[in-house]
Each structure stands twice: as C-alpha cells, then as structure tokens.
Design a protein around this ligand. Structure first.
Ligand code: GAL
Length: 517
C-alpha cells in the first residue's frame, strides 16, 4: 500500500511540473528577491471571483461578495432572490431560497473612488460547486497539531489578508479533530462517541458548533474531514458503520464541506471492482443529500479506479486524482523531478470535470508548510515552480485550496494567491478544464477555453535554462490576428499573427489570455 501511495504521489505531481528534470532555480531562497508579478489591487472597486453559484432549495445560503478597493465599501445585490439579503457593510449574502430556479442578479460595490458592477447567477437546484472550490485546508501546515484556535485564526486571516476579497471561501479542517484511541497525547483521548452514537471531537476542539458559527460570522464556509474506514489516515475515529450519525453530526455542527478520505477503509471493504470502490461514496453522498444544508463532498481515494470517470456520478463535487503531493519535502522534490507519470494528460482528465465536479490534484504548496518535525518552513518550491503550480491549477480548473500557513504569508505568497486574472481563469463559468496541446523538448503549451470565446494559454519551461516557448495559432485552433494579455502581470502585450513566442525562465511559466482581434 505504502509503495502504491508513493507511486501515486509521484505520479500525481508530474501533472504539476510536467516532468521537470534536474534541479531548479534553487539558489533563489531569499523571499526578498522573489519577483512579484501580480499588481497590487487598485483602490478603485473591482468585483472578483466566481460569477455563478449553486445552492439547493431550503439550504442556508452563505456567500460573501468578493471585491477589492479601498474600504469602506458599500455592497448591493440588484434583483436579489426572495429569501436572501445582503449586508451592505460586509457583502455577506445570507438567507434561504425556497424556489428552485436560475436567478440573474447584479453585484454592485461602491467606495469613495467609484463603483463597479457585475452579473452574478445563482442557480437554485441540485448542483453545488459550479466553479472549483477556493479556500484553505489545515493539512500541509498543521497536520496533526490542528486546533480550534488555529481554525479561528485561519478564518480571521482569510479576511484580514484580503483573500476573501478575491473569492476564497472555505476554511477546512483536515484530519485530527476526532478522538484518537490509544494516543499517547491526552488531548486526543476520550469517548469517540456520545450515548447517541454521535461522534465527539477531541479536546483541541471543545466547541465545534461555536467554531463553525465563528467561521460563518466572517462570511466564510467551514469544512471537515473523515474516513469511510474505522480510522482516518492519522489513526483518529472514522465513520465506518456510523455514517448516518456522523453526517447528521456534521450538519448539526454546521459544516459545509466534507473530505472523505479512503484510509483504513481498505482493511474493511474490498477494492477489486468499481462497485467496491464506489460503495462508501454512494452511501455517504446519499446521506449528505438528505441533510438540510449543502455539504460539498470531496472524494479522497488517490485516483483509484479512474475516479474521474465516476466521481460525479457517485455524488462527489471533486475527487483527488492521485496521492498526496508530498508527505515530506523529499517526496515533493522527487516527484517534481520525475518524468513519465503524467496522470492528467495521459488520462485526458479534462474530459471528465466541469460545473458540479472537479479534478482535485491536491493543495497549493506555497508559503510556510510543515516539515513533519513540528516546525513550519518555507515551501521547497522555487518561485518559478510556485508560479507554475498556480498557473497549472487554474488552467485545469482545479480547486484553489491553499495549505500553507495563512497567518504568515509574505507578499510573494499572497500575490500568488490573489491574482484576479489568474483566478478568473480558474473560476470561468463555462467550467471547461484546460489541457496540454504541445510538448516539445522541455517546453509545453496548455490551453483552456473560456466562456467569452477567449482562451487562456500557459507556456511552460521544464528545463534548466530559460527557453523560448512558442504557442502557434494552428496548434491552438486559432487563426488570424489575436490580442494577447499577460495574466500574471495584467498587461496587454499587443496583437499577434500566427503565433506568440516568449522567453520563459527555468521551471517557469508565462500565462496569457488570447482574444480574437
Ligand atoms: C491522506 C490525504 C491527505 C491528508 C491525510 C490526513 O490520505 O491524502 O490529504 O488528508 O490523509 O491524514
């Protein structure tokens, strides 16, 4: 199993860096020298993030209008559906829509410098996650040290850093909130369930309802984690045999997102056939569907049985496409530099995802991460590799879930997470994931078609030296004169005939958007 997991995370990471070989711009570890490309948000109002949002009739609605611009901002929703209201001071939209249907609203934000408005579609039906999830997850930075305070601090930081103004929404606890039988740490010990059979949290989480209320009060959503097996991967109590009670508990606590991680289920269930692999996920999604709140379901079973082909069918809104990006820094490094395990392109994963169900290639490994020895240290990814990860994630319509220390972000990390033109690619309402169009030597060109008829194109360099990378119109399915804009720098580059060619630094990327002239 361990061997398979190792293989899977190596396999997985190759979609990230497209098989970079050799070492990288590794001399560059001084954050002061990292080149920030994202322009600072303008003080003039701008509306960011998703343009479409799904909710079920009767479920509590929480969505905060993501807008940048100097504060205070006044927030309005024109044509707001019956049952919802918008707090003009915070932009938090809350309430309940009872009538299914498509509601075309307009967000308007105003400050002393002006105002901006944009259409926003609310689809009240049975589909959630109409665009990839955006948020934060505790795993890669806090792993088994996560606490209530860490989660509250994360919610605070999502607001104070401004991430919420760019569309980030979920604050998700990963493993280690439940009781861990046999632990040597007394804070993790206790009765796993109460007399009703409802799961208990451990002493590090003394008040789960208080925690989700806190997260919701910030206009954010809360996520939790468990396993279909008797234990989670870190040995805490899982949901096996108590699925009804656990989902009812998560709903009563007020959770909006569940990561359901295979872990010890392998010892209980079989995994020889597709029905074996699907069984725990069908069971849980049916229970989730009966709750009176929307809980987004993230399947975490490392890509087994080509989960991308059926993740949506069994009720998932996203599915991990392979193993962990890294259980250790060595793991990440090894994976980064391996060629030939190209999960995404080899399996044409772009064909399977779309509104309501997304390929999840794991979290954004930037900023400060755990070194698995009780310390947090800077990501082992070089600046160019970090640009490559975020660009690729938005090209393939992956969830943008940051898993570094959100309370300790330098300007560079924040700039990677909050480039609105890159986020707009990730959150494109058409929801068609991108794919690789050409691979030649150390260079690759990826394309994603966008709703307005334009396309986003990533020009990647896997090599050790800067290289010229060319995107040819004939390869991209384009013809004639095209207008090209650099998305990281948010600058128009001009009009080009036949091709766009640019120098790309080692392990780096230039990401552009192309419109017909
Ligand atoms: C792994 C999972 C990680 C993390 C970890 C927690 O199986 O892939 O993302 O959740 O378990 O123990």
């Amino acid at each position: 199993m361990k061997k398979r997991r190792n293989f899977l995370f190596v396999a997985f990471y190759s979609i990230l860096l497209l098989g970079i070989s050799g070492c990288s711009d590794k001399g560059n570890r001084n954050p002061n020298t990292f080149e920030i490309l994202t322009p600072k948000p303008s003080p003039v109002p701008r509306i960011n993030g998703a343009k479409i949002f799904g909710v079920r009739p009767g479920s509590p609605f929480i969505f905060t209008i993501p807008a940048t611009g100097s504060k205070p901002i006044n927030y309005e929703v024109l044509n707001i559906p019956a049952g919802l209201s918008c707090d003009p001071k915070t932009g938090q939209i809350t309430g309940v829509i009872e009538e299914p249907g498509e509601y075309l609203t307009t967000f308007r934000v105003t400050n002393k410098l002006g105002s901006a408005q944009r259409e926003f579609k609310i689809v009240c039906g049975d589909k959630l996650a109409l665009t990839p999830h955006m948020g934060w997850n505790s795993w890669y930075v806090w792993e088994n040290h996560v606490t209530d305070k860490i989660m509250r601090d994360a919610a605070d930081a999502m607001v104070s850093s401004g991430m919420i103004d760019h569309g980030y929404m979920y604050v998700n606890i990963d493993d280690c909130w439940a009781i861990k039988p046999g632990s040597t740490d007394s804070t993790l010990l206790g009765e796993p369930r109460d007399i009703r059979g409802m799961v208990n949290s451990n002493k590090r989480f003394p008040d789960m309802k208080g925690l989700t209320d806190y997260i919701h009060s910030k206009g954010l959503k809360a996520g939790i984690y468990t396993s279909p097996g008797p234990f989670t991967c870190a040995g805490h109590i899982g949901a096996y045999g108590k699925e009804e009670q656990d989902i009812a508990r998560f709903a009563e606590w007020g959770y909006d997102f569940l990561k359901y991680d295979w872990c010890s289920y392998g010892k209980i269930g079989r995994k020889d056939t597709l029905p074996d692999l699907q069984k725990p996920y069908i069971l849980i999604s049916n229970i989730i569907r009966n709750q009176k709140r929307d809980i987004v379901l993230n399947l975490c079973q490392y890509g087994m049985g080509d989960v991308w082909k059926w993740g949506k069918e069994v009720g998932g809104q996203s599915w991990r496409t392979a193993g962990d990006l890294g259980g250790s820094f060595e793991g990440i490094a090894t994976a980064l530099f391996r060629d030939g395990f190209d999960v995404y392109s080899r399996n044409s994963l772009h064909l399977y995802a779309g509104p309501g169900g997304w390929n999840d290639p794991d979290y954004l490994l930037i900023g400060y991460l755990s070194n698995w020895k009780g310390e947090t240290v800077p990501t082992p990814l070089t600046p160019n590799e970090q640009y490559t990860q975020v660009s690729l994630w938005s090209l393939v319509a992956a969830p943008l879930i940051f898993s570094g220390d959100i309370t300790r972000m330098d300007d560079f990390t924040l700039s990677l997470l909050t480039n609105d033109e890159i986020i707009e690619v990730d959150q494109d309402p058409m929801g068609k994931p991108g794919y690789r169009v050409t691979k030649s030597g150390d260079t690759e060109v990826w394309i994603r078609h966008l709703e307005d008829g334009s396309c986003a194109v990533g020009l990647f360099n896997r090599g050790e030296n800067s290289l010229n990378v060319t995107a040819r119109w004939s390869d991209l399915g384009l013809a004639g004169k095209q207008r090209v804009r650099d998305l990281w720098r948010q600058k128009n580059l001009g009009r080009f005939n036949d091709e766009f060619s640019v120098k790309v630094p080692q392990h780096g990327v230039v990401m552009v958007r192309i419109w017909p002239h």
